[in-house]
Design a protein around this ligand. Structure first.
Ligand code: ADP
Ligand code: MG
Length: 474
């Protein structure tokens, strides 16, 4: 995608001035992050990294991503209720991946006891890149869907204002007026509020389950404050607090420090390092409770890379969404090639193919949060090592998506101002609420554009690679 800002990109004096304006605008708008040095204090904060200019996004693909989001919501919700599908799909993975196995064990235990939870809230983010075909036409291809702790809905609700201001300063007022409004933090809060209301206990609170290190607290505060604005109380607790002070009553209502909890919103718990033995026990307590978990453990499992790969098998979507032919077609159109490395002929063939042509693929373990995937020579070496052992089934293989790069400036505190060749990843937030079997909310709640320099194969904003951006539709 060529940059729509070719003229201004060449004017380095104007760029320098605009960058200073942009940083101040970001601070004023609250596009903030705590610092690496003091990740748990708000005495010293800085702006979250972002692009100087909005990046071009093809309008048709942007609209396609919005149009398929409700389908993805339905799909994730259907998978989460399909015990057999999860069991069958994750069978090979849980033999070799302890983390997935541990989650699955809680899932099984909770089902055996019988669910106390009757209201379900899903907040996910489906991420895409624009794959550049041989003829140069871009296509929308899903990278993954995040079903737990999908972040940046708060900060990205504030980036369009920053980019609008920068464009004006650069003499592009007309273009500034075309930037779309975007407020995922409102949409997320509406979902949480709906779940809270259906839970039906006006004095109960929403609990944000947060990490020990909370650099991205402002992103979460955006959603939190939307809830307070609706007079819904929010508390922030860590797994450790739940272990020490959480309890269930006879009806499995969840209490923290004597307060009933209606909704548990996880911004934690998606990687192995979030858990020690006590934290696993806390997780089990939360899952057993009647509180609405966002997500419940089945929905978290629905977001694994292994499930994503299984969904691409012919017939799987049709089985999961019977009678939803159009939704299935819309969903499938966004799939890149995904391949199983399960033991057997199919897996052998794919492993050999990837070893022979590593630049065509990405090798993905069952991990979240960026920086875990393997590319190129590293992919080849790892596959060589594991290709004959069941260890290979902890990975999936995916076609590498190759977007057309465009020039932009990535603004990052304490970094020199320099132009980079960049590629972008578009995320759409999905929110849904189900009461028993009835879906009472199903919406696309806004978008997130993240942009990184092409030399980084992997990694999100939290991983220090990508930066926040705003789509400029072309
Ligand atoms: P995570 O759960 O760690 O976020 P992702 O599947 O989103 O895992 O991959 C992390 C990053 O790696 C993405 O943000 C993207 O930049 C890059 N990536 C992932 N899959 C592909 C792919 N198929 N082609 C190109 N880049 C990819
Ligand atoms: Mg990702």
């Amino acid at each position: 995608m060529a940059s729509p800002w070719e003229d201004v990109l060449r004017d380095t004096a104007a760029i320098r001035e605009a960058a200073a304006v942009a940083v101040d605008a970001a601070l004023l708008e609250g596009v903030l992050m705590r610092t690496e040095g003091e990740p748990n204090a708000s005495d010293v904060v800085n702006y979250a990294p972002f692009t100087l200019l909005p990046s071009a996004v093809p309008r048709a693909l942007f609209e396609q991503a919005y149009a398929v989001q409700q389908d993805f919501n339905l799909l994730v919700d259907a998978i989460s209720q399909n015990k057999e599908f999860l069991e069958h799909t994750l069978a090979s993975t849980i033999k070799v991946d302890d983390f997935t196995a541990r989650l699955f064990q809680i899932h099984t235990q909770v089902l055996e006891e019988g669910l106390a939870q009757s209201v379900f809230l899903g907040i996910n983010r489906s991420d895409y890149m624009f794959d550049c075909g041989l003829d140069g036409t871009p296509a929308l291809k899903q990278i993954e869907i995040n079903t737990i702790a999908a972040s940046f809905g708060g900060l990205t609700s504030r980036t369009a204002a920053v980019h609008g201001h920068v464009l004006k300063v650069l003499g592009k007022s007309k273009e500034a007026s075309h930037l779309l409004p975007n407020s995922p933090s409102k949409g997320l809060a509406l979902g949480i509020a709906k779940a809270w209301e259906l839970y039906g206990s006006p004095s109960a609170v929403v609990m944000f389950l947060v990490e020990e290190i909370q650099r991205n607290i402002f992103d979460q505060r955006c959603v939190e404050n939307e809830l307070w604005n609706r007079n819904i109380g929010v508390i922030r607790r860590r797994f450790r607090d739940v272990f020490e002070k959480g309890s269930l009553d006879g009806a499995r209502r969840l209490y923290m420090d004597g307060q009933e909890v209606a909704v548990v919103y996880y911004r934690e718990g998606y990687v192995p390092k979030n858990y020690d033995q006590q934290n696993w026990e806390a997780r089990l307590l939360l899952e057993r409770s009647r509180a609405v978990k966002c997500p419940d453990i089945a929905t978290q499992l629905a977001g694994t890379k292994k499930v994503q790969q299984e969904l691409s098998r012919p017939g799987t979507l049709e089985r999961l969404l019977p009678g939803c032919t159009e939704a299935v077609t819309r969903i499938r159109a966004t799939f890149a090639g995904l391949y199983s490395l399960d033991m057997g002929e199919e897996g052998d063939r794919m492993a050999a193919m990837a070893i022979a042509d590593p630049d065509r693929f990405v090798l993905k373990p069952q991990r979240e949060g960026g920086g875990n995937n393997l590319y190129g020579e590293e992919l080849r070496q790892v596959l060589e090592k594991v290709k004959d052992s069941p260890e290979r089934t902890s990975y999936i293989l995916m076609d590498k998506i190759k977007p057309q790069p465009a020039m932009n400036y990535l603004l990052r505190a304490h970094s020199p101002l320099q132009v980079s060749q960049c590629i972008s990843e578009l995320g759409i937030f999905g929110v849904y609420v189900r009461q028993g079997k009835e879906l009472v909310m199903n919406v696309a709640a806004g978008h997130l554009l993240r942009t990184k320099a092409v030399e980084h194969a992997d990694g999100g904003v939290a991983a220090g690679v990508a930066v926040l951006d705003t789509p400029y539709l072309v």
